[in-house]
Ligand binder design. Structure first.
Ligand code: NAP
Length: 319
């Protein structure tokens, strides 16, 4: 299990830190490791998702060093322990506003205030919603965005998965452990997912596909009972009975806190090749700043680079 520091800022004077890291996914924890090894005593604020999105993934098969794969939560725990071994502190706290107009940067959190000499933003991304009738009402009652979290509830049931990317296929394959059938509904007739996952999904006896189709409504009173489908080529509408709907249609970066303060592009924080944002001393890493790769390994690499640059920035200041 992931574990937390007991340090609290509740009701106290602002806490002054050299490196404050927002987010405890692969980017934030890799940054913490590098900043800790530079003896900067970084503090990581976990936000609400300790371990980031990776912690919600059942098995990660493409992080080097784990030839048999590694559990997402387990990998997050290993990242955290390694960073803490060198002096990083991980706080179960969430930043809700930042003032980047002056340094030290001010960060208000649920538990108090930080003043940070440097800031590394690794706030990741959150799953997109379909925004169709019934989705919000039935979330937690058959609508889910996390197979690892909720798959068990669908033992011997039928589920629909929406999306055609790596997440949809990977999570769909995971759901075959529990569900009697997994129907993947995709809006086109070719998948975005990588070749290996496609091969596995096509070969799986419990998985079937419905192509060129979107979900226009999720139906059910107390729990999900069916989805309304629309074929985007013919316009034909059908009601498809199901016990669950798992939605994997991409992510939106968690960057609203920085709007108007940092340069952004399509919601992603703009960084240069060294993870510098538009404000000196503020760095960004991982999915908050990466619309392209969005992998555990690339996020961790960005986090390490951001911490190395934060270290260099502080060293320049003290010259
Ligand atoms: P993604 O690659 O952006 O795919 C999103 C999918 O949802 C696409 O197939 C897209 O359709 C579909 N979609 C988007 N909006 C939709 C809407 N409103 N209605 C219906 N369908 C919609 O997202 P992801 O699968 O979450 O993957 C995110 C990143 O993480 C990717 O870089 C991926 O490679 C990575 N990832 C990797 C692994 C792995 O390597 N094992 C596992 C999970 C995720 P279109 O195809 O038509 O655009």
């Amino acid at each position: 299990m992931l574990h937390l520091s007991s340090v609290s800022t509740g009701g106290e004077a602002p806490r002054h830190v050299k490196v404050l890291i927002l987010g405890a996914g692969p980017a934030g924890l890799a940054a913490a490791l590098y900043a800790a090894r530079a003896e900067l005593q970084p503090v990581v604020l976990t936000g609400t998702q300790l371990g980031g999105q990776a912690a919600l993934t059942h098995t990660i098969e493409n992080y080097p060093g784990f030839p048999d794969g590694v559990g997402g939560a387990e990998l997050g725990d290993l990242f955290q322990r390694q960073a803490e071994r060198f002096g990083a502190t991980v706080e179960f706290d969430t930043a809700h506003s930042v003032d980047l107009a002056q340094r030290p940067f001010r960060v208000q959190t649920d538990n108090g205030e930080y003043r940070a000499e440097t800031l590394i933003i690794a706030t990741g991304a959150s799953p997109n919603h379909l925004k169709v009738p019934g989705e919000a009402e039935l979330t937690g009652r058959g609508v889910s965005y996390c197979a690892t979290c909720d798959g068990w509830f669908f033992k011997d049931k039928q589920v629909v998965v929406v999306g055609g990317g790596d997440s949809a296929l990977e999570e769909g394959l995971f759901l075959t452990r529990y569900a009697t059938s997994v129907t993947i509904v995709h809006r086109r007739e070719t998948l975005r997912a990588g070749a290996i996952l496609q091969k596995r999904a096509f070969a799986h006896p419990k998985i079937r596909f419905i192509w060129n189709t979107i979900v226009t409504e999720i139906l059910g009173k107390e729990a999900v009972e069916a989805v309304r489908l629309k074929n985007v080529q013919t316009g034909e509408e059908t009601v498809f009975p199901t016990d669950g709907v798992f939605i994997f249609i991409g992510h939106t970066p968690n960057t609203h806190m920085f709007v108007g303060q940092l340069e952004m592009e399509n919601g992603y924080i703009k960084v240069d090749s060294r993870m510098h944002t538009s404000i000196p001393g503020v760095f960004a890493a991982g999915e908050a700043a990466d619309p392209h790769f969005r992998q555990v390994i690339t996020s961790a690499g960005m986090g390490a680079a951001a911490a190395m640059e934060a270290t260099r920035f502080l060293a320049e200041l003290s010259k």
